[in-house]
Design a binder for this molecule. Structure first.
Ligand code: AKG
Length: 203
């Protein structure tokens, strides 16, 4: 996980190796709203925890979530941006893969305007992968929406949705469990780093 200007970590990676997180993530995978978004029976492929505290009060600029976690690096066509993050290989798949994934952001604390909430550009996930000009264009045309949540609320978003967040102006805890779901296997020999479920290949 990136270190931010405050020197703190923005979050904790690789949480599907924690049995409690895996259990919750797998249970949620069966919810109709998840399978409706992925098209078929979904399974969790990556989980992270984000927190903003007085010690780690970070911000992230506008971006799309482009990386997935895989078990081993293999140079498969269309997979770019290889990076080892906390011991796990990450790559950027073609946009068609990201379009079929869904992310659940489960809020463990209230998140108000002063807690550095997520801001999103509605509709931006329908336009593929962006370069910096496309990001600027979307930002100039579509107003951002602030996602205010109570503890226990969940936000579902596509990885390609343009999003950002500012530092909290009144930092306390702002814990968000972020779980990404897919319902397809990767092109061989690539496999998801954390998913064990057998499921159809991407077509
Ligand atoms: O939780 C946040 O404020 C931002 C998280 C983020 O950047 C991400 O999910 O990619």
């Amino acid at each position: 996980m990136k270190r931010h200007a405050t020197g703190g970590r923005a979050g904790t990676r690789n949480l599907l190796t924690e049995s409690a997180v895996l259990r919750v993530a797998e249970e949620i995978a069966g919810f109709e709203i998840i399978t409706a978004a992925t098209g078929r029976a979904a399974f969790p492929v990556r989980a992270l925890l984000f927190d903003k505290t007085p010690q780690t009060n970070w911000n992230v600029s506008w971006h799309q979530d482009l990386s997935i976690a895989v078990r081993e690096r293999h140079d498969v066509q269309g997979f770019t941006g290889w990076a080892l993050k906390q011991g796990v290989w990450h790559a950027q798949p073609p946009a068609a893969f990201l379009e079929r994934m869904i992310t659940l952001r489960l809020h463990l604390d209230d998140c108000k305007s002063d807690n550095g909430p997520l801001r999103v550009i509605p509709g931006s996930h329908r336009d593929g992968r962006f370069d910096s000009e496309a990001i600027a264009r979307w930002r100039s045309v579509v107003p951002a929406k602030e996602i205010i949540c109570q503890a226990g609320d969940a936000l579902l978003m596509r990885p390609l949705l343009l999003h950002a967040s500012s530092r909290a102006t009144r930092p306390s805890h702002r814990r968000v469990l972020h779980v990404e779901y897919a319902a397809f296997q990767l092109p061989a020999p690539l496999v998801w780093a954390f998913a064990s479920t057998e499921s159809p290949k991407m077509d």
